[in-house]
Design a protein. Structure first.
Length: 207
């Protein structure tokens, strides 16, 4: 994948790209600039394994690097991953199926429509990874949409919390939300927890 010259058309519903001027992008360039880093995927792998998650929701499949990490960390878990860009969706789905990953449910949808459809079929998730849109107002909206889909031990992971002033403002608002009892700022990823037995506290960890 790192050397792939295949070109995908990106249908971007979010804040756009700081790197690409065209929506036609080579896979190797998407992998370099738009996918979760190796360090981030390792962290997601460890989180899924440590918390023994069974239900995971990922908003923003991209090429499926994070999806693969979470799925292989817990082969018995159900990973539901949402991607709105049709060509990216097909590429990631085919790539993971070729890898023999069988515990991933791929959904081609924009995030808002996914939540609207899921309201009639509520699922409670153990881990939610939000990696898409990169817009502060949208991120806050997605956060509100997941609050009826979490339990006391759910962990929610946000990518690119310092993408923009707007994203950082949204992250800070989420950290002081009344249902959030602890947050961890990793200077790229951010994690929030909802354990009622814990006092509200903010942590900063440089990974």
């Amino acid at each position: 994948m790192h050397s792939s010259n295949a070109t995908l058309y990106i249908k971007d519903y979010g804040a756009g790209s700081r790197v690409f001027k065209s929506n036609n992008r080579q896979v190797k360039d998407i992998l370099k600039h738009n996918c979760s880093t190796e360090k981030d995927t390792q962290l997601l792998y460890r989180l899924c394994a440590y918390f023994k998650v069974n239900q995971v929701l990922e908003l923003g499949t991209s090429l499926g690097m994070a999806t693969h990490a979470m799925a292989t960390a817990r082969p018995g878990a159900q990973i539901t991953t949402i991607e709105g860009s049709p060509e990216v969706y097909e590429f990631a789905k085919n790539a993971l199926q070729k890898e023999g990953v069988k515990n991933v449910k791929f959904v081609k949808s924009i995030f808002k429509e996914f939540f609207e459809k899921q309201n009639s079929k509520p699922v409670i998730y153990d881990l939610i990874y939000i990696d898409g849109h990169h817009d502060g107002e949208a991120t806050l909206s997605y956060f509100e949409s997941i609050l009826d889909k979490i339990h006391n031990d759910t962990v929610v992971v946000f990518d690119d919390i310092y993408w923009s002033t707007d994203m950082t403002r949204a992250w800070n608002q989420i950290c002081i939300h009344t249902q959030v009892t602890a947050s961890i700022d990793c200077f790229n990823l951010g994690m929030v927890f909802f354990r009622k037995e814990q006092l509200q506290e903010r942590f900063y960890v440089k990974l």
